[in-house]
Design a protein around this ligand. Structure first.
Ligand code: SF4
Length: 252
């Protein structure tokens, strides 16, 4: 049954700025559902984003106080806002290039300090809006604008990174699991301390067209096939987990 989420959307919005087939529109809906699930009052909500395609998920769409900041600095602004107004529910929504590549230092220290914010990281494995450059999350071997012969480096596992740094809640799901994403974000909001929800979201334009995943429907189907639950993955030999995306709650 469809749920009316329009109360979380600003009036007068037209189409989203996202490319056809982008996963970020699904994530916008899941964030709205999470706000309902968590019982967040609009007057108490602050949503902070950096720069990049995912930074457009909250701003201009959400009908709430939103802060659209500098590239890589969403968590720096969120830290200041939370210290000044600890009564606010502070949600950060941004991309992997913004939060984990340019802003990686802010990410690990916010987790280390167990700052009471919830971070939703839309991970599309690349810098999307700025031109398709390699990011700290790009899989080894993947082609990008700056690694046309394939990325020679291994990517960060963002959930392991923030868990090791001290986060209080850590989960990963994909946009093909919108209900699980919504429940994880709501749980993160309800958790005191630093909560991190990584959401795998396909980018057919910058990542897909360079890596044989340009067709949105096929990219979503391929993404679903790569998902494996945490407990099932733990039972597999390491070699058989290659290429799979492990989803679930890692710190709860
Ligand atoms: S460039 Fe990629 S991430 Fe950005 S809107 Fe287009 S499909 Fe989405």
């Amino acid at each position: 049954m469809a749920r009316d989420l329009s109360h979380w959307l600003r009036e007068g919005l037209g189409a989203t700025p996202f490319c056809p087939g982008c996963g970020h529109g699904i994530l916008l809906g899941a964030v709205c559902r999470a706000l309902d699930l968590a019982g967040v009052e609009r007057e108490r909500l602050l949503v902070v984003s950096g720069i990049g395609c995912a930074a457009w998920i909250p701003s201009p769409h959400l009908r709430a106080d939103t802060l659209h900041t500098l590239h890589g600095r969403a968590l720096a602004f969120a830290t200041g806002a939370k210290l000044y107004r600890p009564d606010r529910v502070t949600l950060v929504v941004s991309g992997d290039g913004d939060l984990a590549s340019i802003g990686g230092n802010h990410l690990i220290h916010a987790a280390r300090r167990d700052l009471d914010v919830t971070v939703v990281c839309a991970n599309n494995s690349i810098y999307g809006m700025t031109g398709g450059q390699v990011a700290a999350t790009t899989p080894r071997g993947a082609r990008t604008a700056t690694t046309p012969a394939g990325n020679p480096h291994r990517p960060f596992d963002l959930c392991r990174l923030v868990a090791a740094a001290g986060a209080s809640y850590v989960a990963r799901y994909a946009v093909v699991q919108p209900d699980r994403v919504a429940r994880a974000v709501a749980r993160g909001i309800a958790t005191p301390g630093f909560a991190f929800v990584e959401v795998v979201s396909p980018c057919p334009t910058q990542y897909g067209r360079r890596n044989d995943e340009a067709d949105p429907a096929r990219a979503l189907a391929a993404l679903r096939e790569r998902l494996i639950g945490r407990e099932e993955a733990e039972a597999l030999p390491a070699g058989e987990r290659a290429g799979r995306i492990v989803v679930g709650e890692f710190v709860a």
